[in-house]
Design a protein around this ligand. Structure first.
Ligand code: HEM
Length: 355
């Protein structure tokens, strides 16, 4: 009681092993906490566990699961996933939203209100698809509303949660902040502001983001459910059972990580571990058939503003507070946010401009 589920389940797995069967009411929940079993479940059994757990709340909010994220594995899900990947969240689209990110950040830097323009583009795409003749499953207005709701919830909450934890870790680890800031200020020396295309130069910043997603994955537990009975590691997983892969526990397991509680972006230097769901001790965007389709969009939403904020401001904690005093309490939810607000003091830094 009172402990966030990823922590409680991690504690249970230390006592009972990497695959646990919990019976919460009538529903079986299978909790996975080892890289080896996570790999089996998300490869061999991926399609057998490709449903989402049922929930009356989600069913109501998402128009009877007419969206993508909470939809069961079916023809509607396949079609919507294809549309979202190809027409809304592709690399080309993510790049084309760059001017909106740029405008929003400029407004933030100048401390003005910011507007939101992306929804018009998404709506245009979905309305166009609704009219097209080659659909496998008709797209209803409820589908469109549910997908837009997905994009806002799956997209904004994960990004803002990640951003808050990032700022927290930067405040707790001033040496990491100094190194990231030195990289940015050196790379953009003489420039008034940073362009999106320049972000690729920032190798250390990317490691900081990677490390943050290891210790604070926005989605701590991968929510899957069994479409059909299947076998995992000699155990039978019953039809309809919830399958919960504990991403958070995998990212902090001392079997896979040296000093797992230490925030050390350098651990990813010269490492082949990436975000793509092939290394099962590190799966912040999931793995397999339901892998996050918004990964590139999510990363762009974090990298660009973070680089801007570190370039244009110096950051410190309010008077008298030192990094050990930072409250790290978590608030469980669809994504695991900070329980209490983070207060930081920003001091503008005026980069020397060339010319
Ligand atoms: C830091 C940012 C993000 C993180 C850490 C994240 C993480 C995840 C994870 C762990 C899953 C579950 C994958 C699985 O079940 O295997 C997921 C699914 C999903 N994400 Fe993301 N996500 C992020 C950003 C975004 C963005 C920006 C969007 C869209 C605008 C998005 C849209 C979705 C959707 C639609 C699904 C459901 C896919 C399906 O069920 O087929 N995510 N995400």
């Amino acid at each position: 009681m009172g402990v966030p589920p990823h922590r409680a389940l991690s504690k249970l797995s230390k006592q009972y092993g990497p695959i646990i069967h919990l019976k919460l009411g009538e529903v079986s929940s299978i909790v996975i906490s080892s890289r080896e079993i996570a790999k089996k479940v998300l490869t061999v059994n991926d399609l057998a566990i490709a449903d989402r757990p049922e929930s009356i709340g989600m069913e109501t909010l998402w128009y009877d699961y007419k969206d993508l994220a909470f939809s069961p594995y079916n023809e509607h899900w396949k079609q919507m996933r294809k549309i979202c990947i190809m027409e809304i969240l592709s690399n080309k689209n993510v790049r084309s939203y760059g001017h909106i990110r740029h405008d929003d950040i400029s407004k933030l830097l100048e401390r003005r209100d910011n507007g939101e323009l992306v929804s018009e583009n998404i709506l245009d795409v979905l309305l166009r698809k609704q009219q097209s003749e080659d659909l496998d499953v008709p797209i209803t207005d409820d589908n469109i509303k549910a997908i837009i709701f997905d994009m806002f919830t799956a997209g904004s909450e994960t990004s803002s949660t990640t951003f808050n934890w990032l700022m927290t870790e930067l405040m707790r680890n001033p040496q990491v902040t100094a190194k990231a800031q030195a990289e940015i200020r050196e790379a953009f020396k003489g420039k008034k502001t940073i362009e999106e295309s320049d972000i690729q130069k920032l190798k250390y910043l990317k490691l900081v983001i990677k490390e943050n997603l290891r210790v604070h994955p926005a989605v701590t537990i991968l929510p899957r459910a069994c479409r059909e009975e299947c076998e995992v590691d000699g155990y039978t997983i019953p039809y309809k059972a919830k399958v919960a892969v504990n991403i958070w526990a995998l990212g902090r397991d001392p079997q896979y990580w040296e000093e797992p509680e230490t925030f050390k972006p350098e651990r990813f230097e010269n490492s082949s571990l990436d975000f793509l769901g092939n290394n099962y001790e590190y799966i912040p965007f999931g793995a397999g058939s339901r892998f996050c389709p918004g990964m590139n969009f999510g990363l762009a939403n974090i990298e660009v503003p973070l680089a801007q904020l570190l370039y244009h401001f110096d950051w410190k904690l309010p008077h008298g507070m030192n990094s050990d005093d930072l409250d790290m309490s978590e608030m469980p939810g669809v994504s695991v946010q900070r329980k209490n607000k983070l207060y930081v003091i920003a001091t503008p830094y005026n980069p020397p401009i060339e010319g």
